[in-house]
Design a protein around this ligand. Structure first.
Ligand code: ADP
Length: 547
């Protein structure tokens, strides 16, 4: 017997329809490439998304055709999120920090038909347009009178002229909720990048889950600043969850430096922010010397790479901001775990609570996870045993776009497919997962594993250290030994011996790095993560003093 409830496909268009009907005056604030602040409402987003949809229909773009963006977090990008996917096409967000050759490769691989770009990225488009063989229309995301006359890009049109002449009426098509809605390429540290192809169903389920109080906890009372880019994994799904909750959205545009972000938080009474640790590092670096405080910010979700404990402490103790540590990946839409305490933990002493909060968090309904040994056997949840972290759930990839890389899943005895995350982790009795390392970054010393994240976290707690990356160096006796590459804070000093001594009592002796290398900068990838492969290349002539 079937249930007798109404059946409606879970479509992205339903999110913007909902925001339009129930949160029409909710604000969307964007810092524009031009530098000014743009203000409008969810009702305007809905209208202009419908204009985008009409423009795509007018160009006879087929169902599932790809529309690419090279854009910052801003209102026009938001309209494309809803207009492109809502009308049945696939939004392909391209990371503008990629090398131009990679942009060409993925635009061709995705077979993008249209590319919409912010004017900051005009030089990239000028460099690549002739090699993007499937793109038939380039759209500059600017006013008609700002369109450069001599861009060299054939048939270039402005976004405002493109959608401006379209009707604001549109009837969103209904189709299978499993249809593709958007795509994002992984950074491809090994081989060519592979694309996760999200569906309407996976995206709306993820949007529901992300908004839950134990996950991101978004509401119509929040003013939310996603610093995480809309060009990578849909800004952790915030644009969709925002439409679903009707929260105020504040977009930083191209101004991603600490000062601009801080000023925007204050000016727009932001209560909730989301970003990777490197972004917050910059902001705190701006605030501390100037003695600045937040007047409205209450919570921030930090993920994408391990959030150093020193940062969690600083936010909490110096600024009264609760840090929600989160973990996920492109292949997971991206949310997998988020760290909020359970009822039974509320009575624990502060330092015990902090130990839990440093972990990457517990699974969200919709994500199941387990740790396994090399033979695929499930390992215990004791907070100590570490193994390969596998996940499954309705917003996790089962295959990459065009079947690239074959079947990525690992199957258990019952035949269920699990996605191997490439991370090594522990899970404790209460279900809190902690990432030890990416499997390729774990340091293997004398048959034991050393977590590079643990070594980095200690260095980051030193007042003179701005950034730290731990890598393993070949050692004749121990296989590998850890060293720590560090960037000092401006005007601060610490010697090699002082830093090594700083580890005393904070970790087991054999986990203390053998050496410190002072560098001007740690190489960062397109999503702001430390690129240890590049760092290892830079240190290829380095010899361990202990080897
Ligand atoms: P890529 O870096 O390949 O673009 P993602 O952006 O999807 O891929 O990154 C996913 C990876 O980032 C995870 O597998 C994990 O190694 C790392 N990561 C994400 N969040 C955290 C976190 N909170 N702590 C530690 N590592 C994290």
């Amino acid at each position: 017997m079937l249930g007798l409830m109404q059946s409606q496909p879970l479509l992205i268009s339903s999110l913007i329809e909902f925001a339009d009907r129930h949160h029409s005056d909710g604000e969307i604030i964007s810092r524009r490439v031009e530098g000014d602040i743009h203000r409008y409402t969810w009702s305007d987003v809905a209208k202009r998304s419908r204009q985008v949809a009409n423009a795509l229909d007018g160009m006879k773009l087929a169902f599932s055709d790809r529309v690419a963006t090279l854009a910052w977090n801003g209102y026009r990008h938001l309209e494309l999120y809803f207009g492109v996917s809502g009308s049945g096409r696939v939004l392909h967000t391209i990371n503008p920090r990629l090398h131009p050759d990679q942009v060409v490769w993925i635009a061709n691989h995705a077979e993008d038909q249209i590319l919409c770009f912010d004017m900051s990225f005009l030089p990239i488009v000028q460099a690549v347009h002739a090699r993007c063989s499937t793109i038939k229309q380039f759209v500059a995301m600017c006013d008609a009178d700002k369109l450069p006359a001599d861009s060299g890009i054939p048939n270039l049109i402005s976004y405002e002229a493109w959608i401006g002449k379209q009707s604001t009426q549109y009837s969103w098509p209904q189709f299978d909720e499993n249809s593709a809605s958007s795509m994002c390429y992984t950074s491809g540290t090994t081989g060519n990048p592979k694309a996760a192809l999200y569906s309407h169903r996976s995206t709306t389920l993820h949007a529901y889950a992300a908004a839950l109080p134990d996950v991101m906890g978004l509401s119509a009372r929040d003013s939310v600043l996603p610093v995480v880019p809309m060009f990578h994994v849909n800004a952790w799904g915030i644009p969709y969850s925002a439409a679903l909750t009707g929260c105020k959205l504040v977009f930083p545009g191209p101004a991603m430096d600490g000062k601009s972000i801080y000023e925007l938080i204050e000016a727009e009474k932001v209560s909730y922010a989301a970003g990777v640790p490197t972004v917050w590092q910059m902001m705190l670096g701006h605030m501390k010397p100037a003695g600045l405080k937040f007047s409205t910010l209450k919570r921030t979700v930090i993920g994408g790479s391990a959030c150093p404990p020193a940062m969690i402490h600083a936010f909490q103790e110096d600024y009264g901001v609760e840090v929600l540590h989160a973990w996920g990946m492109t292949e997971m839409s991206p949310l997998g775990t988020l760290n909020t305490l359970k009822n039974k933990q509320l009575g624990l002493p502060q330092d015990e609570q902090m130990k839990i909060r440093l972990k990457q968090g517990r699974a969200i309904y919709g994500v199941d996870m387990k740790i396994v040994d090399a033979d695929g056997k499930e390992l215990p949840w004791d907070g100590k045993t570490y193994g390969d972290l596998l996940v499954k759930g309705p917003w996790i990839v089962k295959e990459y776009f065009k079947g690239e890389g074959g079947d990525p899943l690992k199957y258990d005895e019952a035949g269920a497919g699990w996605f191997p995350t490439g991370d090594v982790a522990t899970i404790d009795e209460s279900g809190f997962m902690q990432i030890t390392d990416r499997s390729k970054d774990v340091i293997k010393s004398g048959g034991e594993w050393i977590s590079s994240i643990d070594v980095e976290n200690i260095a980051m707690a030193h007042p003179a250290i701005a950034m730290a990356a731990c890598v393993g160096m070949p050692h004749p006796k121990w296989d590998e030994r850890p060293i720590i590459a560090v960037v000092k804070k401006p005007g601060m000093e610490v010697s090699r011996d002082e830093l090594i001594k700083f580890y005393d009592g904070k970790t087991a002796k054999w986990q203390i790095p053998d050496d410190v290398v002072f560098v001007d900068a740690i190489p960062l990838g397109a999503t702001g993560k430390m690129q240890k492969m590049k760092l290892r290349e830079q240190l290829k002539d380095y010899k361990l003093p202990t080897a």
